[in-house]
Write a new protein. Sequence first.
Length: 110
Amino acid sequence: MASLFTRIIRREIPAEIVYEDEHCLAFRDIAPVAPVHVLIVPKTEVAGVADLGAEGDHQHLLFAARSVAEKLGLKDGYRLVINQGDAAGQTVPHLHMHLLAGRPLSWPPG
Ligand code: AMP
């Protein structure tokens, strides 16, 4: 069965899309934890970092993240986060990168 994010990529489920290229789709998180909270998702479905092969759309994630940041004018900075597995709080088993911005982001993260 297709993942939730694959269904968004296929436009079967609505989302506020902010960026798309051949390899990745980026859309606003439905439950934002920062004024800017975008998910960047490789179009090829892979459950998470632990399941990655050497090749694939995931290799393009960082470039897509930079493109999203430029498009949204995030000149002051932003944070990129990937949650892997239950202990990190991963809830959707389709690899995705969170892009967070628009408020001070403390370190270490919770
Ligand atoms: P993670 O906890 O790292 O797996 O992140 C999953 C993220 O997906 C969470 O921040 C959710 O708020 C977000 N999310 C879940 N369903 C949707 C949806 N339909 N559209 C946009 N974001 C979603």
